[in-house]
Design a protein around this ligand. Structure first.
Ligand code: SAM
Length: 329
């Protein structure tokens, strides 16, 4: 059946209203193939692509995070969005993204709170709304370990000791960069010390991380695939690593997955934040200096360059090593 034929024209509005609800569930490849079937679906697919490119966060953050591409024709990068870390979730295989009539339904909605790695109802404060003075969570905050109020505290999300739990902390944009794929940029001035974003994705065991890294290394050989598997180690005062956090934002993650490497350390510091009662710390990025609007955000992926097959680095810093850090995870 061709929907372009006159016989079916009277059914077109009904058909399109159904398509409007189905197409936002499709991947870019599926959208591209469906758009070849008739003019109406081609037009609808283009509109969906343009809504998608207007906000990488699918309205799950407090501000839209647009894609900007002046380099090639890719309008957006397709991945599933989560503002918080998840344990591996095989059920999350699709996400509704790009509906025309409902562009920003979630702005200003509270970010869901992760309960991953919660130990039983220990610790926590019983401050009524905001924490002040003698609040035990504030008292425990030190320079080395940052502790925020958590799920076992009675205070609410507007408590000042939950700075990193309200989603992305600055206006950002995802920009196509020559030789680096996509990169995350400031869309406003960001003060030194300001919280920028958490690195959200799938929390993996070390065994899972190693297995995935092998798969990703195979896929990356032709140069068209880039993974976003971050390994962060927490060290004892003796400098022995005592805790390892593996977060994979390759398929499911937030906008932090677009942050590129810089050999000079970049403009972001990586800080582990513990929430009261949580076993696993969260990996958060803060501005390590004032960042101007339109500046690319970056951090150092590490100093280790173990693997023989290394990707070229295009960070542009004066101390660029020439290749990206790579370790045998
Ligand atoms: C976490 S992703 C960052 C986002 C990525 N640029 C993208 O388009 O999805 C890491 C990948 O980005 C690319 N990348 C990051 N920093 C780079 C740099 N300084 N030079 C070249 N490529 C870089 C590499 O392909 C790397 O494997």
């Amino acid at each position: 059946m061709s929907l372009n034929s006159k016989q079916y024209q009277h059914q077109l509005p009904h058909f399109l209203s159904i398509a409007e609800f189905i197409l936002p569930w499709l991947t870019p490849q599926e959208l591209a193939s469906i758009s070849c079937t008739c003019h109406a679906l081609s037009h609808l697919s283009k509109l969906i692509s343009s809504v998608r490119s207007s906000d990488a966060s699918r309205s799950l953050e407090s501000h839209p995070i647009p894609y900007i591409n002046n380099i090639d024709s890719q309008p957006y990068f397709y991945f599933l969005y989560t503002p918080i870390c998840l344990t591996t979730s095989p059920t999350l295989v699709r996400q509704f993204w790009g509906h025309l009539a409902n562009p920003n339904p979630n702005y200003n909605n509270p970010i869901p709170q992760s309960n991953f790695g919660m130990v039983s109802d220990v610790g926590g404060c019983d401050c009524s709304e905001k924490c002040e003075g003698e609040c035990p969570c504030l008292v425990m905050r030190g320079a080395e370990v940052i502790i925020e109020c958590g799920m076992c505290c009675d205070c609410e999300l507007n408590c000042g000791n939950r700075e990193t739990q309200k989603g992305v902390g600055a206006e950002l944009k995802v920009v196509r960069v020559l030789n680096k794929g996509w990169g995350l940029f400031a869309a406003q001035f960001i003060h030194s010390g300001q919280f920028v974003c958490e690195y959200a994705g799938e929390l993996l065991t070390t065994k899972e991380a190693r297995e995935r890294q092998q798969v990703y290394d195979g896929l990356a050989k032709d140069g068209s695939f880039s993974s976003a598997l971050l390994v962060v180690r927490e060290y004892l005062p003796s400098r022995k690593a005592c805790f390892r956090i593996n977060i994979d934002a390759t398929r499911i993650g937030n906008v932090a997955r677009f942050i590129n490497h810089s050999c000079d350390g970049g403009n972001l510091s990586t800080i582990l934040i513990r929430s009261m009662g949580a076993l696993v710390p969260r990996v958060c990025f803060f501005a390590s200096r004032d960042i101007k609007a339109d500046e690319e955000l970056s951090f150092s992926y590490g100093d280790v360059r173990h693997r023989a097959e290394r990707l070229n680095c295009h960070c542009g810093s004066s101390c660029c090593f020439g290749t990206l850090p790579s370790e045998d995870t």
